[in-house]
Write a protein that binds this ligand. Structure first.
Ligand code: ZN
Length: 191
């Protein structure tokens, strides 16, 4: 797994794109930003459930809460609730929130895990197959621990790599936005 910080940053990427392309209101502030980041990190709550309920064999990590079905269902429920409560009026939340939650399993799929522990059960409840990606661009906390690193050092390494990776990504995004604003002329009314 990536760290909660890494997943939160992935949610922030979706929020940044949504704001930039006006898929959500430009006035959306820190509360909306926290909603996106929080939802992106949420699937790892299965670890907390396992710890509290000792339900590892019934509810293993990276299974139900890491499926696309869960992302779709929870995203739609939260969007529906926000619309119903009058918190948002923008219907784009109905696809943005499922997409935000789906960044979580997609990121986890790209992490190198200890042997026999990799993959995400992406298509539950329809299939128990663990899905991998060849795009392994970082190692998980578990892989460092599995190969003998102390847990604090594993977390530190993963968080550092995530901060650098997402820092570069955000710089690239804002660079592209800047270039786009310079290259594409603003619409002018011909008189
Ligand atoms: Zn996860």
């Amino acid at each position: 797994m990536s760290s909660p910080l890494g997943h939160g940053l992935a949610g922030l990427v979706v929020y940044t794109l949504a704001k930039r392309f006006r898929w959500i209101d430009e006035t959306s502030g820190p509360a909306t930003m926290l909603l996106f980041s929080g939802l992106a990190a949420l699937p790892d709550l299965d670890i907390v459930f396992n710890e509290l309920l000792h339900a590892q064999q019934w509810f293993p990590h990276r299974t139900y809460t890491h499926s696309l079905f869960f992302a779709l269902l929870l995203g739609l429920i939260v969007a529906w609730w926000l619309c119903r409560a009058g918190r948002v009026r923008n219907k784009n939340f109905y696809w943005l929130l499922p997409l935000t939650i789906a960044t979580h399993p997609l990121m986890d799929m790209c992490c190198v895990e200890p042997p026999g522990k990799g993959g995400v059960e992406l298509f539950l409840p329809f299939s128990h197959a663990a899905v991998y990606t060849p795009l392994f661009f970082m190692r998980s906390i578990g892989s460092y621990v599995g190969w003998g690193e102390p847990e604090w050092l594993a977390v530190l390494k993963v968080v550092t790599i995530e901060l650098i990776g997402f820092g570069v990504l955000f710089l690239g995004l804002y660079g592209l936005f800047y270039l786009w604003d310079r290259i594409v002329p603003s619409r002018r009314t011909l008189t």
